[in-house]
Design a protein around this ligand. Structure first.
Ligand SMILES: [Zn+2]
Length: 456
């Protein structure tokens, strides 16, 4: 790839002016390369970043741009250490969720700074964090930093659900490039802001497990002028109504218990009191009901299952021969898929509705929190935001940590970017991050990586 004059100018400018302009320039580059599954190209993004690493002096053999398809390449870069300990892997993803320009207030693929925010598809999820990781690795190289262990950066394709997950592909095809003692995933964790105030820094210590079921009701059908009560749509609707009224039992485990305990004093008031109570007594129905009114707290308390797709019938004037629904469950890592399926069977309670597994749960043992990671995050948080506590948290969604944990590489979510709990725009329109939070996160991530790099 040819190094453009503009890029050279940016590289040399950044070397003089420090990390913030460099991180911002990288963010701009990333945002302005469309990396959606439909029309985008993560290979272009990987190549542009690879060029920066070449210019910074990383040898060609330590830079890999490769992947499952021509426009689905990953970037893997290695900074060699003294070999005193096994490598640490840092991951993020280059791809972004689709963005329909006509829904947005401006072009989602242009970085726009306005009212203290960076706007653009991927600012929050997760080109902001990717730009910061790249900045950190470039800075370490330019300072001649020699880590005690290899530091590996992998920025991947298809995390958001394209056909070939980049981390999965790397594990299957080039495990040696990314093999590590443990992994830090910048796609999870991060600082929480509530009512304009920094509340806490979250470290992702566990995550929920994705599993989907299909509910099907089959029927001989017939002419709609001669209806009978035995109707596929009614059978399915009955089952879904029972599901709608059901809540899985509260099941706290070490990560969520510690999470609620530490959040209680930070939120305060009735909410804080409820968090404190639920840890001591999860049978208090009024407390559980109040907490469950907030989708995030509900998702932390229990396994959830929700209807996401529905279809049925074949003609306006015919009795339905088939009605189907998809129920997507997000299971606590301490619950079991067979038990969730059994619960659904019991709920459905109708021999005319068949429940089958559609997307099986991927086995996911969640590892104990790595003390090195927790110490590094705590020290960096204390330095950047004195008084802000670090809170281990369960991610309610799914991350690439799933594949790495499955391959025996414990993975923890760490990001330095603070976001407003009540204004999460990842995957949505007019996605944005605070410029101030982005800038502060550069120092935070630099501290975390440097501390981990020294740890034995
Ligand atoms: Zn993401």
């Amino acid at each position: 790839m040819r190094l453009s004059a503009a890029l050279l100018a940016v590289v040399s400018l950044s070397a003089q002016e420090g990390r913030q302009p460099l991180a911002r320039a990288i963010l701009k580059e990333l945002i302005e390369i469309n990396t959606t599954d439909s029309a985008g190209d993560t290979t272009r993004a990987a190549e542009v970043l690879a060029m920066r690493f070449r210019v910074a002096g990383f040898p060609e053999g330590d830079i890999h741009v490769d992947g499952p398809a021509p426009r689905k390449h990953n970037l893997v870069v290695r900074l060699h250490g003294s070999g005193a300990a096994r490598p640490i892997l840092f991951i993020g993803h280059l791809d972004v969720v689709e963005a329909n320009g006509s829904d947005w207030s401006f072009d989602p693929f242009q970085l726009r700074e306005q009212d203290g925010y960076f706007y653009g598809r991927g600012t929050e999820d997760m080109k902001g964090d990717a730009a910061i990781l790249v900045t950190t690795f470039l800075r370490l190289k330019s300072n001649g930093f020699r880590p005690a262990r290899d530091l590996v950066l992998a920025l991947t394709t298809d995390e958001e659900g394209g056909p070939a997950n980049g981390i999965d592909w790397l594990l299957k095809n080039h495990r040696d490039w990314i093999d590590a003692e443990f992994c830090v995933n910048a796609d999870s964790g991060g600082g929480h802001i509530k009512n304009g105030k920094r509340l806490f820094m979250a470290v992702q210590a566990a995550e929920k497990v994705f599993v989907s079921f299909k509910l099907e009701s089959a029927n001989p059908g017939g002419h709609s002028s001669l209806p009978i009560k035995d109707n596929a749509i009614y059978h399915l609707a009955g089952a879904l109504t029972r599901l709608a009224q059901f809540d899985f039992p509260v099941h706290l485990f070490d990560v969520t218990r510690a999470n609620f305990e530490r959040m209680a004093p930070l939120y305060g008031g009735q909410l804080g009191a409820d968090m404190k109570t639920v840890v001591e007594n999860s049978d208090d129905l009024a407390v559980v009901a109040r907490l469950s009114a907030t989708p995030l707290f509900n998702a932390l308390l229990r396994t959830t299952c929700v209807a996401t797709l529905l279809s049925g019938g074949h003609a306006e004037n015919a009795l339905p021969q088939m009605a189907t629904a998809v129920v997507n469950c997000r299971m606590l890592p301490v619950d079991r898929a067979e038990e969730v399926e059994q619960t659904l069977q019991t709920l459905v309670d109708d021999p005319k509705v068949r429940v089958t597994v559609m997307t099986p749960a991927k086995a996911s043992v969640y590892p104990p929190m790595n003390p090195q990671v927790l110490r590094a995050v705590t020290a960096a948080t204390l330095k950047s935001w004195p008084g802000i506590p670090v809170v281990p948290q369960m991610e309610t969604g799914a991350t690439d940590g799933l594949y790495l944990r499955g391959a025996g590489i414990p993975t923890f979510g760490v990001s330095g970017i603070f976001f407003d709990e009540d204004d999460v725009r990842a995957h949505g329109r007019d996605e944005r991050i605070l410029v101030k939070s982005f800038n502060e996160a550069i120092d935070f991530m630099d501290d975390v990586v440097t501390t981990l790099a020294r740890a034995q």
